[in-house]
Write a protein that binds this ligand. Structure first.
Ligand code: SF4
Ligand code: F3S
Length: 107
């Protein structure tokens, strides 16, 4: 499966959602999206769409972000699906590329 990681937090650009061919594969929280690992078909279409470069194949998730693998699986079970893009969060362009945003994740 593919995994949404730290750089999505507080940005949530949502460009990823429009290209995903799987209904409800992306799941939406207040300031982060996750991918449901049980429905992701590994097509990789979402990866180049993310302006924050926050999406990785599970085997390529950077070492310091491995906790996001379990987090995507866990939150995908709790959050509703999102199937079309919307405006990014206010301040997204200021928060993109700020490191260690897990502390801000609203769950
Ligand atoms: Fe959707 Fe494909 Fe990205 Fe998986 S890899 S989340 S199926 S666009
Ligand atoms: Fe997040 Fe990138 Fe999608 S910032 S909402 S993973 S386009």
């Amino acid at each position: 499966a593919f995994v949404v990681t730290d750089n999505c937090v507080r940005c949530k650009y949502t460009d990823c959602v429009d290209v995903c061919p799987v209904d409800d594969c992306f799941r939406e929280g207040e300031n982060f999206l996750v991918i449901d690992p049980e429905t992701c078909i590994d097509c990789s279409l979402c990866v180049p769409e993310c302006p924050a470069e926050a999406i990785f194949a599970v085997d390529d998730v950077p070492e310091d972000q491995r906790e996001y693998i379990a987090l995507n699986a866990e939150l995908a079970k709790q959050w509703p699906g999102i199937n079309s893009a919307k405006d990014p969060l206010d301040g997204a362009d200021d928060w993109v590329d700020v490191p260690d945003k897990l502390q801000y994740l609203v769950r």
